[in-house]
Design a protein around this ligand. Structure first.
Ligand SMILES: [Zn+2]
Length: 115
């Protein structure tokens, strides 16, 4: 076994720090990816990839990433069966493009590391 070179103690990577910040937001209440994007200064696309990772890592802890589905502002159609977290482009019923974003929150989160 080779000895690893000594490294300065850096407890978290930037990625982990961001993920913890996102989890803190999710633990406080329901937020949209847009809210998270603003809070942690990340593009929404990256927020979604963090959310995917968080959902997977939460699985082991017994906590759940809850997703309140996207909803059409015009007719109230709920995109309940949608598996993806990203919001749909338009409503299949009325073709309206004003869609309320899905909201995310964490239920049952314990004080522990998830990664
Ligand atoms: Zn609609």
């Amino acid at each position: 076994m080779k000895k690893r070179p000594r490294k300065p103690v850096i407890p978290r990577t930037a990625q982990e720090t961001t993920r913890h910040a996102i989890m803190a937001l999710l633990g406080e209440g329901s937020v949209s990816a847009k809210d998270i994007s603003t809070a942690v200064h990340l593009p929404e696309k990256e927020v979604y990839s963090h959310l995917e990772h968080i959902r997977r890592s939460l699985h082991a802890t017994g906590a759940v990433l809850e997703v309140a589905p996207a909803e059409c502002r015009m007719c109230g159609f709920v995109f309940a069966k949608r598996d993806r977290m990203t919001p749909p482009g338009k409503c299949p019923v009325c073709r309206n493009e004003a869609i309320l974003d899905p909201l995310f929150s964490i239920r049952g989160l314990q004080e522990q590391e998830t990664d």
